[in-house]
Design a protein around this ligand. Sequence first.
Ligand SMILES: [Zn+2]
Length: 132
Amino acid sequence: MGRFKSSNTAPEILVRKAIHRAGRRFRLHCKGLPGKPDIVLPRYKMALFVHGCFWHHHDNCHVAKIPRSNPDFWVSKFRVNKERDQRVAAELRRLGWTVEVIWECEAKDPAVLDSVLLERKIVEPSPLGKSR
Ligand SMILES: [Zn+2]
């Protein structure tokens, strides 16, 4: 059924680049943490997941359609995936981590991504007031 969780996906790389541009240090695929967060900002105790809209079934997202063939299979598959995401986030929070999700559809648009990163306090506004 193809891969569910893979490393170094295109949206992941876009998110890393944006965080790097904003001058924050991070680590990747932290195996010691529940759910192996895609990006970890140790100084801020923040764990980030870059989720594919289809596999993680992003609510109200046009990418997160339920395939027409075998819908029951997909509905239960998406439910399992979402439940796992929630369980992992809860475990991380219990360990004192802040958990944020960045969706594939948000990562694809650089302007949207920058504002999402600011909104979720993953990066800070540039002190120099640069327009990026
Ligand atoms: Zn989406």
